[in-house]
Every structure is written in C-alpha cells, then in structure tokens.
Design a protein around this ligand. Structure first.
Ligand code: 3H9
Length: 677
C-alpha cells in the first residue's frame, strides 16, 4: 500500500507532507510515514532542517478516532513525537486548517511552528471524554502557562493563529497562500540556531489560584464529566513534576479515561452526529439541491422568532408573517433585543444585530411569501389551523418552494395532503429556544421528495443545526419517547414517590432537570382544559389552584423571588388528596424503580421507533436526546446507555418486572447479544 506521507527535498530542507483525506487524522499509515520521514531527515547529512505540513483542507486534525479501542498498529504517536522532539535538526510545523488534538501535539513537539492566519490550534480531547495523550498536557502549559492551558484542555475550544502567536504557540504567522514557501524560508532562517528550542526543557510555575478559579467558574458545566478534572490534574502535574514524570502521569490518566464508559459514549456521539446527516436512500453527490435564497416564517412568536434568527444569522433574508401588527412588532422587537444582548456580551460582532435585522421583511400579508424558496410555519399546534394555512400556502408559494411545518406532534402527511404538492412538504421541528438549541428533527412525509430532504439537511448544516431524519408518528422521535417517561413519572407520584425524589433521580443521572422541574419551568397550565371543576389528574389539580409553575412562584415546587425551588407542602397535600380519591395505596418507591419505569420505558419506545422505521438508526435517537432534551453527553444517549452501560438483558428484565410489553426487537437483541439497529 502506498504511504499517505511523501517527502520532498528542497536543497537543505526536507518537507514531509501528509495527504490523508478527509482531515489528515494520525492513523497508523500517517504515523509510520512521519516516522520514516523524520528518520530520513535526521540521517541525511545534506538536510539541515525539516518542515512538516499537510495537503488537503487541514493540518492533522488529531489521532484517528476510529482506531481507538482496537489493537495497536504501526508506530505509536508518542514514540514518533519523542523522536521528533529529540532530533538534532530543527523541525518546523507548517499549519493550516485545524491543528487539533494529536495534530496540535505533533506541532508542539516540533521546535518551531508557523501558521497561516486562518488556522486554528486546540486540544479538544476533553470533548471526546479524553485528554491529550501524546504530551499535550505537559508541553502546552510550558508555553502558555497553567491558566491558559487549563482553559484550552478542560474546555477544548481551539484558538486562532493570531492568538496562538500572541501566547507563543506559533512563532510566525505566514502568508495565507504561501505556507510551504514561507515555512521553508523560515526553516533556513533558524537552521543553524543553537540550542534547538525544545518545549520539554522549559518549566512552568504552579498557579493554584487559577486552578481554583477555573473550577469555581466552570463547575456547573463540568458536572458529571470525568475528563475535565483529569485534564486539569495533568496540567497541574506539568507545573509540579519533571517532564518525563509528567508524561507518565498523563499516560496513566489517558488510559483510565480511554477504558471508561464516558469516553466511549462521547466518541459514539462524535460519529453519531456525523452519521445523522446521512439519509440511507439519498445520495448527496447525485442529488441536485434546491437553492434557498429567501425564507418565509409564519408566526413571530417565540418559536417563529427563534427560527428566523437562525437564517438571519447565516445571512439568509427572512420574510416574517403575523396576523396583527402589534404581534409582529413585538416579535421583531424580541429578535432585535436578543441580538443586541448577544452583541453586548461580545458573542457576536457589534454590527451583527443591524446586519441581521436588515435582512428581515415583516409583513401582515401571507401573499408576500410568494418569492420565498422555503416557507416554515410556526403557528398554533392545531390540525385544522395548519390545514387551512397549507391550503393557502399552496396557492401562494412559487413552484418548487419547500413548505415546512414546525409541528412537534401532528401528522405531516395529513398536512401535506391538503396541498397539490405533497412532495414539497416536510416537517422541520425546531426546539425551543430555536436560535439556541442545536437539534432539528426533519420529518420525512410519505411523499416528501428526496431533493427536498437533501436540501433541508444541507440547510441545517448551514444554520449550524444537527439534523436528524424522523418518520411520521405522534411526537416523532423525541416527544414520542418523552411520553412514556411523563406517563410513568405521573403514575409514580400516584403510587407514593414525590416530585423531588423523581427529579433528583433524573438530575443525579445527569439530566439538566427532572420531569416536574421541567413542567414548572414550561408551565403546569400548558395544554390544560381550563375547567377548574374537572380534576382528572394531579396536574389538573395543581393548575386549578393556580399553581402554574415558576411564573406563579408555585407549581410542583414553591419558588422564592429568585426562582429557587423548595419542595411544596401544599403540592404534596394536593397529590395526597388526589391519591386518596383514587383509592391507591401509598408505598415506598426506590430510586431504581424510578430509573426502570421512566428511563427503560424510553429505551423500549426507542426500539419500537426503530422497528417501525421512524428513525434510521439507533444512534440518531441518541443524537435527538442529547441535542434536544439534555440527555447527559457522557451517557451517549438512551440507546447507547441501554446497550453499553446497563445491558439490554437488564433493561428487558426491568421492563418485564413492571409489566410493560417489551418491543420484540429489544427482546431479540437482548437474547442474542446483538446491537439494536
Ligand atoms: C486525539 O487526538 C488523542 C491524542 O491526544 C492522543 C493519542 C495518543 N479521526 O467533522 P467533519 C472524520 S483525539 C477519524 O464532518 P468538518 C469524520 O468522522 C482526536 N475520523 O468535517 C468525518 O467522516 P465522514 C482529537 C475523523 O470539516 C470526516 O472526517 N481531535 C476525525 O466539519 C469529516 O469530518 C478531534 O477531536 C478523527 N480525528 O470538521 C478533532 N476527525 O465524512 C475531531 C474527523 O465519514 N474532528 N473525522 O462522516 C473535528 O473536530 C472535525 O472533524 C474537524 C473538521 C474540525 C477537523
């Protein structure tokens, strides 16, 4: 097999070039090639310096994640890096694109680094539940100090070349289009400089205050994750131990994380996210996409406004329609305020609010949507309202326009059927707040055309969403799975559990909040029939008493003026009264029973969704629950969790113990030890 790494001699400089698409991951072939190239450079008396660079869109984007967990092949990255570091001839890393993870570590082991202005450098291993395992945690702080190093490894966001240059990670920022020539010239400049600068020879002072301040500031976002603390510990070790001992410490911590379930879950998510973009029977290479240059959004409420902002932020003009002028003004006003708040926090450029709002055309006239390439309705969740609207849109929209509904439960086929163009109709289910949440469920109707699907998937990427294709069923993937959880949580209340106990189990599991905290936040009155005399559920009883949740400072919990929750004696009384009327005996409920009845039932529903073909693959379900509902990333989503952390046999036993009908595919997978697909 030909090597992905080639060597080109430029007089006294050897240029070692990796060409391993798509991202020059440091797989066995690349590592062997680097090993060979550097060895040749060292051995050849005519060579004074070396340059390492990559072809294609990026410098090495890291270790090859697909190799993790498999038997080792070829030279190890650690060995290659030690050889580079020890070379008596200087090596220059020539960086473009994204020098990430192992790629950044290769660069740090080089004696000099040059980069083009658009390049970024970072150690994002923490996002995969890992830490930089090839010396990154020991070299980085020796250049940038403990404080900046912790920021980079424990959060994992890359920094641009200019910043890298300022903090000493990059020696020179070179021409965007002349990387190789500039790197060779630089190599000649430094070829005879002695001593060769090696990061390992530097020391870094401990900075316990910075470590403590970081933990204080980011404690909440790191809750439940193993990797951030391990990354921090390695940086601290770099400031306290000699280099070689620090490397050993890093190695031990790396292996611990690598063999744990969290990293497996986070790596699963990395690939699941990318897999979700693929539609089994649609080839993006041969499918002509429909151009989307203008979007129409119907409804300027929270949802419509949030949806619009996604497109505006991506530079796509939006026509936004409302029925009344005051609602339209309020909606666009909120959008503007949101943009201004982001600008004030420095999250977007100061002129971004003006730019974005300059792309909005507010109108009361549905006919103004005639020139839109995509129209998304975000109106009241009612089938008759939606049908009437789609009938009108069918008459107004231009031929080839995509007509999308943001419904979260309703039958997209029934909506499509009122038009003469059901092939142009699709569901685009955004999650609230729609300008923030990354998930987009793309609901494929029976007749939705393949190019419509492909266009919407590509558009999702453009507006920075993670899109997952779902089939038509009540609640699609996410809300359909939420339903058994809610039903069981309510039954558990009736049987003797408290809202606080159920929520605690969910929060300890890693969810941002439990079912009753969520109900209080969203509003206990949502979907309530508004008849105070009709009390058919605990929720009805709470709503009838005005306990509508956080907005009324009372719901399943009581709230103080800062919205801090405490268990509510009155809510517990209401629950008791309702139980007494139902003649249900009260019993002790264990936390394990709550897990089995509220979480195993979700897995069961997920298996049914797969059986019915409403999701393309189990990993898509995981993406939905992580991106849309706050399932803990380190548990990899419900299907991954069930298969890899709990075990399907145990899930089936738990479901059967409580009398649930178990999905056939779940039983078969549990019995045969195969994966749910
Ligand atoms: C590490 O380095 C550990 C070391 O410290 C220690 C070792 C001892 N490996 O994202 P895209 C695939 S851990 C294998 O769509 P973009 C990806 O699956 C690593 N494959 O492109 C996709 O495949 P497909 C630390 C990889 O332009 C294709 O490449 N590094 C890897 O939107 C295109 O990817 C990271 O965590 C990989 N490392 O974004 C960086 N990376 O086409 C991870 C990508 O079949 N990578 N693929 O679906 C990224 O963040 C983005 O891919 C990147 C490009 C920003 C580079």
């Amino acid at each position: 097999m030909t090597s992905p790494v080639r060597f080109e001699r430029h007089d006294d400089v050897l240029v070692i070039i990796s060409d391993s698409p798509p991202v020059n991951a440091l797989g066995a072939g690349v590592r062997d090639g680097l090993n060979e190239g550097v060895s040749q450079g060292i051995a050849d008396p005519a060579i004074k310096a070396m340059v390492i660079r990559c072809d294609g869109k990026t410098f090495f984007a890291g270790a090859d994640i697909t190799e993790f967990g498999k038997p080792p092949k070829g030279a190890s990255l650690q060995d290659v890096i030690i050889m580079m570091d020890s070379s008596e001839k200087p090596i220059v890393a020539a960086i473009h694109g994204t020098a990430l993870g192992g790629g950044c570590e290769v660069a740090l082991a080089c004696h000099y680094r040059v980069a083009v202005p658009s390049a970024v450098m970072g150690l994002p291993e923490v996002k995969l539940g890992l830490l930089p395992g090839a010396g990154g945690t020991q070299r980085l702080p020796r250049i940038v100090g403990v404080k900046a190093a912790i920021e980079m490894v424990a959060i994992g966001d890359p920094i641009p070349a200019k910043k890298a240059n300022e903090v000493g990670l990059v020696d020179r920022v070179v021409g965007e289009d002349s990387l190789e020539a500039d790197a060779i010239a630089f190599a000649r400049e430094i070829a005879d400089k002695k001593p060769i600068p090696r990061v390992r020879d530097k020391t870094v002072a401990p900075d316990p205050d910075a470590v403590e301040a970081f933990k204080q500031k980011h404690g909440k976002r790191m809750r439940g994750f193993d990797a951030p603390a391990a990354n921090i510990a390695c940086v601290v070790a770099a400031s306290e131990l000699p280099f070689d001992e620090g490397l050993k410490f890093e190695r031990t911590e790396f292996m611990k994380l690598m063999s744990g379930t969290q990293s497996a879950a986070q790596r699963h998510l990395f690939f699941a996210e990318r897999q979700a973009a693929k539609i089994d029977d649609v080839d993006p290479k041969t499918t002509q996409l429909r151009p989307i240059n203008k979007v129409g959004v119907i409804g300027a409420g929270t949802m419509g406004g949030g949806i619009s902002m996604n497109f505006l932020s991506a530079g796509v003009p939006v026509t936004i329609v409302e029925m009344q002028q005051d609602a339209l003004d309020r909606g666009t006003g909120v959008m503007r305020k949101n943009y201004e708040a982001s600008a004030a926090k420095g999250r977007i450029k100061p002129d971004a609010p003006e730019k974005a709002m300059g792309l909005v055309t507010p109108t009361l006239n549905l006919e103004d949507l005639a020139d839109c390439d995509l129209i998304i309705e975000a109106v009241y969740e009612n089938m008759d309202v939606k049908k009437e609207l789609f009938t009108k849109l069918d008459a107004i929209a231009k031929p080839g326009a995509i007509l999308a509904t943001n419904t979260s439960y309703l039958n997209v086929d029934e909506i499509a059927a009122v038009t003469k163009r059901p092939e142009d109709v699709v569901g685009m289910h955004f999650f609230s707040p729609a300008n923030v949440m990354r998930l987009l469920e793309v609901v494929r109707g029976e007749k939705t055309a393949k190019d419509v699907l492909a266009t919407v998937m590509a558009l999702a990427k453009k507006i920075k969403k993670v899109a997952v294709v779902a089939g038509v069923c009540h609640g699609f993937i996410g809300n359909r799975m939420l339903s058994p959880r809610q039903i069981e949580a309510n039954k558990l209340l009736m049987e003797g559990a408290t809202p606080a106990q159920i929520d605690k189990v969910h929060v300890e599991f890693g969810m941002p909040m439990g079912p009753f905290q969520m109900a209080d936040l969203a509003g206990v009155d949502i979907g309530w029939h508004r008849d105070p005399n009709r009390i058919e559920s605990i929720r009805d009883a709470l709503a009838a008493e005005g306990r509508w949740g956080q907005k009324k400072s009372a719901g399943y919990y009581d709230y103080d003026e800062k919205r801090n929750a405490t268990p509510s004696p009155r809510a517990l009384e209401i629950i008791e009264e309702f139980r007494a009327k139902s003649n249900l005996p009260k019993r002790e409920i264990t936390d394990q029973e709550i897990v089995e009845r509220t979480l195993y039932t979700m897995v069961n529903e997920g298996a049914l969704i797969l059986e019915e073909g409403k999701a393309q693959r189990a990993s898509d379900i995981d993406v939905v629950w992580i991106m849309g509902y706050g399932w803990p990333v380190y548990r990899g989503g419900p299907m991954f969790w069930a298969q890899n952390e709990v075990g399907l046999k145990k899930v089936v036993e738990g479901l059967e113990k409580h009398g649930f009908t178990v999905a056939e595919s779940l039983k078969t997978a549990a019995e045969s030890g195969t994966a749910l697909k």
